[in-house]
Design a protein around this ligand. Sequence first.
Ligand SMILES: [Zn+2]
Length: 109
Amino acid sequence: MEKRFNNTDFLAKCSVCDSSLEAERIVVIEEKEQKTTLHVTCSKCHSASIVFLSNNQNGLVSVGMATDLDATEVREKIGQEAISTDELIDLHQFVSGAQADIVKLVKGL
Ligand SMILES: [Zn+2]
């Protein structure tokens, strides 16, 4: 079975301090055919982020959001509220289009 992500290739950086995230700090919250949700804790600033990965016709899209929740809480929440690919794409377009301040974005949710 094909692995959907390799280490930190896909992602990026801590949304708070911008340092690289380490693979061993990634917890897979949910893995579906075209969507993977991860929880990552930054080794530098200890901020937690949720990363949504979506695999669609445009390729792999990843969106990170800072969170106060730990991996267990995220798992509970994500289990209840499915996030559709469309919502994910909207979020991604908003984030990349607006050069948005991620903190502002998260506070607005
Ligand atoms: Zn950080």
